[in-house]
Design a protein. Structure first.
Length: 354
């Protein structure tokens, strides 16, 4: 298939693009490089030994988006592009609504313009809000505790209403939990801009010496060691879930929702201990106050994905940490900084061929 991946230069996007190429799909990427690097795409094409079309496109620019769709004529879209920092969303809610919701609306209109009506959407477990009914299932009532989560919830609702109004659409909402790890080659992985917002990349940066210590938010939760428990899923398993959903949509219309997680949780201290053990490096940490809105435990029931998609997470915490540490050691400062935001499509094509 001809598949367009928005945000395909990012962390989850790049791993999904690699699997798409390895499965024989023709892949195009739309990215504005606000939180990614074209270097990840260059490495993906090297690993796959196949090329991609890479476009510097912002989803808020409808004219550029329409022109790209007319040129590429994709048969399906996997939609990762979006802002994702919870704290920033609280400080700048309008920025998040404009980028995430309006950007998705523009994307859907461009898809409609070329008759492309197959979409896999990168949603999030944040749509479950502060629910404590564990494990979380797809029918758990939705809510959100911050603007980022609400953008995901609004987009899910928009996609459901679109599919209900037009039976030609095939849509997957994939709610995933805590993506971690990296490709086994160590060539692609998570390269957050600035201070990491997620636990494992922060722990990795402490282990490599970039940061002094990990701040553990809360040590008095009703869990085995007092720290929060989350469902961590290897990014390779997560990428495979997107391909499984894409396959499912070829034979099924309407809007569908699946959790992508392992079904089990690991505590913050378990992650820190695993990283120290695998890396052989001390990982200093400090227990600090809880964050507002955090719950003690959060993990998925992914049985629906197993039954519908034939998918389940295969990799455990040890492999997640091993692969993350390999990536961090090989790329101690992440991808080299490349000023890609102003690069033309011709310059990007030349860069990928370098």
């Amino acid at each position: 298939m001809r598949v367009l991946v928005t945000g395909g230069a990012g962390y989850i996007g790049s791993h999904t693009v690699l699997q798409l190429l390895q499965e024989g799909h023709e892949v195009s990427i739309a990215d504005n490089f606000s939180n990614s690097s074209p270097e990840s795409v260059r490495r993906v094409t090297s690993l796959a030994e196949r090329s991609v079309v890479l476009r510097n496109v912002d989803l808020l620019n409808q004219a550029d988006l329409n022109a790209m769709f007319q040129d590429i004529q994709p048969e399906a879209v996997i939609h990762f592009a979006g802002l994702k920092a919870v704290g920033e969303s609280v400080a700048q809610p309008l920025k998040y609504y404009r980028n995430n919701v309006t950007g998705t609306l523009n994307l859907l209109e461009s898809m409609e313009s070329v008759g492309c009506r197959t979409l896999v959407f990168s949603s999030s477990a944040t749509v479950y809000g502060e629910s404590t009914a564990l494990p979380l299932v797809e029918s758990t009532p939705r809510s959100a505790t911050n603007p980022y989560g609400r953008t995901k919830l609004h987009i899910e609702e928009m996609l459901e209403e679109l599919a209900a109004s037009d039976g030609r659409w095939s849509i997957a909402n994939l709610r995933y939990f805590n993506p971690v790890g990296a490709h086994e080659s160590g060539l692609i992985g998570e390269d957050p801009q600035g201070i990491p917002n997620n636990l494992m990349p922060y722990v990795a940066q402490v282990a490599i010496g970039r940061r002094e210590k990990v701040g553990v938010f809360g040590g008095d939760y009703p869990t085995a060691d007092g720290t929060g428990v989350r469902d961590y899923i290897h990014v390779i398993d997560l990428a495979a879930g997107h391909l499984a959903a894409l396959d499912y949509l070829q034979e099924s219309k309407g809007a569908h929702t699946w959790n992508l997680g392992t079904g089990a949780g690991s505590s913050v201290l378990e992650v820190i201990d695993a990283f120290a053990r695998v890396s052989g490096q001390p990982v200093a940490y400090e227990i600090v106050d809880r964050r507002p809105g955090d719950v003690a435990e959060n993990y998925a029931n992914a049985e629906k994905a197993r039954l519908d998609l034939g998918w389940k997470a295969e990799r455990g915490l040890e492999q997640m940490v091993e692969d993350m540490w390999r990536w961090q050691k090989m790329n101690p400062t992440g991808f080299d900084e490349i000023p890609a935001s102003e690069m033309t499509d011709e310059e990007l094509a030349e860069f990928l061929g370098s």
